[in-house]
Ligand binder design. Structure first.
Ligand SMILES: [Zn+2]
Ligand SMILES: [Zn+2]
Length: 350
């Protein structure tokens, strides 16, 4: 028995010793593989939509703050930048971001703007600042981030040189547009890509906009933050995919009551307030059905859904009200809409 234990000990030590040598080799191979590939390069031509953040400002282990990635042909755009870490995690190169479209300026939608502008600049050695589109106020937000990152931008150029971090390309440049609820305002057109904006209902946050992206006959509408009584259902009639924010009013009301019982007055007030400027899944499902929308991906999920069965409580009767498919979004969810079909392929890239 003693011999057996001693033998086992020797084997264990040998395994650990060799692990020390093996792990760096495996790590290096994984790195070469990861750094040499960009998920965007392997995608077929089409309209692809990824949830780089399917959450809200509230903590949720499955969902980071809001971020929707859209690849249309060879272009890659971000709609809101609450999270930048999942972009790399999903296999995409932040250096290739061609533009950012902000829906409004709540902190959960802009929190990683500085990081994305920095990473896109250095990773892509860009000579022009990143275009950041948004309604009135976007210039103030972009210039604030530019200022906050000014010192670091100088360090990067000093450290890596003008070839890697050219001074002319740092930060972002704001492109301000004025949208209305009644009409679609085109804000970006290039080749087969059209991106239009429209005002949504997120008062007292004004302006707040949603976007419609079309590419080669396929389309996605992105709601931003809004109640269900917004113009998106007029502008997104017949859209293939609706990426819509969603809040369970019942679960948030429960959270309000729990906060009251726990003596958390601030949280109690917040859980009460937020219910008047977000949208309930069933209302979205009903409106989307009337608008002839094909597929709903709920995002900006509030509250978190950590227990088995909570997703069903969150959805309520949504699936009975909507004849298409509904997904309760999680970070990494990815939807591919290829031209010439009406299919939507779904996967998760995390
Ligand atoms: Zn939000
Ligand atoms: Zn908001």
């Amino acid at each position: 028995m003693k011999k057996f234990v001693a033998g086992l000990l020797v084997l264990t030590i040998a395994a650990y010793a060799s692990l020390e040598h093996i792990v760096p080799i495996v790590f290096s191979r994984v790195l070469v593989q990861r750094l040499g590939t960009d998920a965007a390069e392997t995608l077929p031509d089409g309209l692809h939509v990824g949830l780089c953040g399917a959450g809200s400002p509230l903590p949720d282990p499955e969902r980071s703050p809001p971020c929707t990635l859209v690849i249309a042909g060879s272009k890659m755009f971000l709609f809101d930048v609450g999270s930048s870490t999942n972009i790399g995690g999903m296999g995409f190169n932040t250096g290739n971001v061609d533009g950012i479209f902000l829906t409004h300026f709540h902190s959960d939608h802009i929190g990683d703007l500085g990081e994305v502008m920095m990473q896109r600049w250095v990773a892509g050695s860009h000579e022009q600042p990143l275009a950041v589109y948004g309604p009135q106020g976007v210039d103030q937000v972009v210039s604030g981030f530019n200022q906050a990152y000014a010192l670091d931008s100088a360090y990067r150029t000093a450290h890596h040189g003008e070839d890697i971090a050219p001074t002319s390309g740092k930060g972002g440049r704001a492109i301000v547009f004025q949208a209305t609820a009644e009409t679609l305002t085109p804000v970006f057109t290039e080749g087969n890509i059209t991106i239009s904006a429209f005002n949504v209902a997120h008062s007292p946050v004004e302006p707040a906009v949603g976007y419609l992206v079309t590419y080669k006959g396929r389309s996605v509408a992105i709601s931003g933050d809004t109640t269900a009584a917004s113009s998106i259902f007029t502008h997104a009639k017949g859209t293939d995919l609706l990426v819509h924010e969603a809040m369970s009013m019942e679960l948030v009301e429960l959270a309000e009551k729990s906060a009251r019982k726990a003596g958390q007055k601030t949280l109690e007030k917040i859980f009460f307030d937020i219910r008047d400027y977000h949208a309930a899944p069933e209302d979205i499902a009903r409106n989307a059905e009337e608008a002839g929308i094909g597929f709903i991906a709920f995002t900006h999920i509030v509250p978190m859904l950590p227990l088995p069965g909570m997703e069903q409580v969150f959805l309520g009767a949504s699936e009975d009200l909507f004849s298409g498919e509904i997904v309760v979004g999680k970070d990494g969810d990815f939807f591919s809409l290829l031209p010439g079909t009406d299919e939507i392929d779904t996967t998760n890239l995390l």
